[in-house]
Design a protein. Structure first.
Length: 110
């Protein structure tokens, strides 16, 4: 059992994603889709070429989705997230140290 398995129940109860966290990807897709449809319609009205409007729609959708996702990632993590990151780093360091120690004890066949 790792130290992460023995967490305080108050902390583990808060690790369940909220409704807002679960629907964030849907929000990003909906906003990107709305922007893409808007640009596609504007291009279609201005040029009356479906291919050009489709290209504008696709480019706008992808660009908006990537930018919105980057903006969503730019928010500062909460205290629980920071604590979890530090625990994972400590576990990774301990695992690497154990691997180095076990590797030093093995006979070398060179």
């Amino acid at each position: 059992m790792t130290p992460r398995d023995k967490k305080d129940p108050r902390v583990t109860q808060n690790l369940q994603p909220s409704r807002r966290d679960r629907f964030l990807p849907v929000e990003l897709l909906a906003i990107s889709g709305g922007l893409a449809v808007f640009v596609g319609l504007i291009v279609l009205i201005a040029t009356r070429e479906f291919l050009l409007a489709a290209v504008g729609l696709g480019v706008t959708f992808i660009l908006a989705l990537v930018l919105l996702a980057l903006f969503a990632l730019a928010f500062k993590p909460t205290e629980a997230e920071v604590e979890d990151i530090h625990e994972q780093d400590a576990e990774a360091r301990a695992k690497a140290a154990r691997a180095r120690a076990e590797g030093d004890d093995r006979p070398r066949g060179h």
